[in-house]
Design a binder for this molecule. Structure first.
Ligand code: URA
Ligand code: SF4
Length: 218
């Protein structure tokens, strides 16, 4: 790959004075990395414009790629259920991904998720940075290692630090937890139940972080 290709990022597609709507429209035409060729469409973030909670996943999955909306497939349904259990209304959130195109490999007739690499993550980063700058969430929740390492640092270990508020220049509060799709891969019901409970506990930490200012009013 030529040096000029490595330095290409989505920033060149970012419109002047961006709004979320302008960004979404511009991102639909992004060709900053090779993933635009394999994905059906750009899956931009979605949700409340001033959401107190922003949830960041890795990349859209098969169903998101077809629908053009983040977290609408099996992992999204599990996320909705966990948010509800944690006392978070999905309407109060903004949901997005580190990478906006679905990366996949064929397996028979199915399209299997394939991990985005560092140059794809880097190329796509401007979209996420502009989303964060416009939504200005009170708490940034990283779902899984890809989001956690992209946003909280390469040395971040979800297994060690999940569910803990950490400092970040990106938002007043940040924390990481597992990706909901990891719960779908649990080997048995008992593990799945236990892991779902831990996931909900981690999301409760985010709910409490945004509840803090109102507590001081009493
Ligand atoms: N997994 C993600 O990380 N994001 C989605 O939007 C769907 C599944
Ligand atoms: Fe652009 Fe991101 Fe899609 Fe790559 S994955 S083409 S950087 S929107």
């Amino acid at each position: 790959m030529a040096a000029s290709d490595r330095s290409l990022t989505a920033e060149i597609f970012v419109p002047p004075k961006p709004t979320l709507t302008k960004l979404r429209v511009a991102a639909a035409g992004c060709t900053a990395c090779p993933l635009h060729r394999t994905g059906t469409q750009t899956v931009f973030g979605a949700g409340a414009r001033n959401a107190p909670i922003m949830l960041v996943g890795e990349q859209p999955g098969d169903q998101e790629d077809r629908a053009g909306e983040p977290f609408v497939g099996p992992a999204g349904r599990l996320l909705d259920k966990a948010l509800l259990a944690a006392g978070i209304d999905r309407a109060q959130t903004y949901v997005t991904n580190v990478v906006k195109h679905f990366k996949w490999e064929p397996r028979g007739k199915r399209r299997i998720h394939s991990k985005p690499n560092v140059s794809e993550i880097r190329a796509c980063r401007p979209w996420l940075d502009h989303e964060i700058a416009l939504v200005r969430p009170q708490v940034l929740v990283c779902l899984g290692a890809t989001a956690a390492q992209a946003l909280l640092g390469k040395a971040f270990r979800v297994t060690q630090s999940r569910g803990r508020l950490v400092s970040s220049p990106l938002a007043p509060h940040a924390l990481a937890t597992v990706h909901p799709s990891s719960l779908l891969r649990a080997p048995d019901d008992e593990t799945r139940r236990r892991e779902l409970a831990r996931f909900i506990d981690d999301l409760r930490v985010a709910a409490l972080a945004i509840a803090e200012p109102t507590v001081s009013l009493h």
